[in-house]
Design a protein around this ligand. Structure first.
Ligand SMILES: NC(=O)c1ccc[n+]([C@@H]2O[C@H](COP(=O)([O-])OP(=O)(O)OC[C@H]3O[C@@H](n4cnc5c(N)ncnc54)[C@H](OP(=O)(O)O)[C@@H]3O)[C@@H](O)[C@H]2O)c1
Length: 342
């Protein structure tokens, strides 16, 4: 199908006579109580952007951070007093309805997934280089559950962690959004995987392929004498000392997150300490902030198509129930991923 190329100015008028759409809107930082269902103007796509009709939108901790405006440093990029974009949500899967000038990889009617700006809505705009074609074997909900969490796990284990087949890997926070992908990807790449999570989610982590599971309430992963070639530290805020104790002498620590650092730094000080120490020890201590790009999404899509990863979705929500979904995410009780289906 030839691409319906439209200019930013006529994008809305040409393809969608109705100027508005239903969306979750947020006019101040805060809890999920700040989210409400409303009518807003449909996004206007700029050069190199694609307008996507949202079939499913995934939740992730980044969306929660943006909702609460924490750590405060994030407000420099996203808006000092309130979010610049009042529609939350990054992860999206849907159908292309219009493309702007300069877009070459997509045409109206294409089924896509990736990262949009404001996906908790009927329509979202996304940069072309943040989208890929959706594998036919994946549902929209499954595809929308993958981008941010799946890419963080993939990049943390491979590009940053340099995982090799046969290595012993420890995933701390194995039951959450990032961790459920990390366990599956590490297994797919030939690692021996140990997951750390609560007892309530041990069955989930085992079902994803983990060889061993440690219940963090009953057992200290750093106290048993076992050591790992690679630790992906996603949750729990373990001290760098404990993390190093569980590493082999030349092992690699990859820190992606942690939620106990307070609103100012969000725990980044722990990661900065590890980075500074890395220069003086035999172990490689690293941290990274993921950047989404279609090349990573293509790698994820290939893993999903091959059946190597299956998104672990606990449940889906209607658009109007986005506040309830965000509360469930914030509670820490979610098993894997949550998805909104408008
Ligand atoms: N660097 C980046 O670019 C990047 C990208 C994405 C996410 N992140 C960060 O990564 C972190 C996790 O994200 P997520 O999406 O996976 O969050 P999530 O879906 O909320 O999952 C976190 C999981 O960790 C488990 N957990 C809590 N305390 C733990 C402990 N002491 N030990 C082991 N597991 C524990 C929780 O369940 P149970 O306790 O019930 O097992 C939960 O399932 C967040 O801080 C997020 O901001 C960073």
């Amino acid at each position: 199908m030839p691409a319906a190329t439209i200019t930013p100015a006529d994008a809305t008028a040409t393809s969608h006579p109705a100027p508005s759409m239903r969306a979750i809107v947020q006019h101040a930082y805060g809890s999920a109580d700040t989210l409400g269902l409303g009518e807003v103007a449909r996004p206007v796509v700029g050069a190199g952007e694609v307008l996507v009709e949202v079939r499913a939108a995934g939740l992730d901790r980044g969306t929660w951070h943006l909702m609460t405006g924490t750590p405060y440093a994030a407000r420099l990029a996203f808006g000092l007093r309130a979010p610049k974009n009042p529609v939350p949500g990054f992860d999206v899967a849907g159908v292309v309805v219009a493309v702007a000038a300069g877009v070459t990889r997509f045409a109206p009617g294409d089924e896509v997934f990736g990262v949009g700006r404001g996906s908790f809505a009927q329509f979202t705009a996304a940069r072309e280089d943040m989208l890929v074609h959706k594998p036919a074997g994946l549902s929209f909900a499954q595809a929308a559950a993958m981008p941010v969490s799946g890419l963080t796990a993939l990049r943390g284990l491979t590009d940053v962690g340099r995982l090799q087949a046969g290595q012993r890997v420890l995933v701390i926070g194995a039951s959450g959004g990032v961790g459920t992908y990390a366990v599956q990807i590490a297994k797919a790449l030939g690692a021996h995987v140990t997951g750390v999570c609560s007892a309530a989610k041990a069955d989930l982590v085992r079902s994803l392929g983990a060889d061993d599971v440690i219940d963090y309430a009953r057992e200290d992963f750093s106290a048993g004498g076992a050591t790992y070639d690679l630790i992906l530290d996603v949750a729990g805020n373990a001290s760098v000392t404990r993390l190093r104790r569980a590493l082999t002498p030349t092992g690699t620590l990859v820190m992606t997150g942690g939620e106990d650092g307070g609103p100012l730094t969000g725990g980044m000080d722990r990661q900065l300490r590890a980075l500074a120490l890395s220069r003086f020890v035999g172990q490689r201590l690293t941290a990274f902030v993921n950047k989404e790009h279609f090349t990573g999404l293509e790698r994820l899509a290939a893993l999903a198509e091959a059946g190597k990863i299956v998104p672990a979705i606990e449940r889906t929500y209607a658009l109007a129930d986005a506040p309830e979904a965000m509360r469930h995410l914030a509670s820490g009780k979610a098993r894997g991923k949550l998805v909104i289906v408008p």
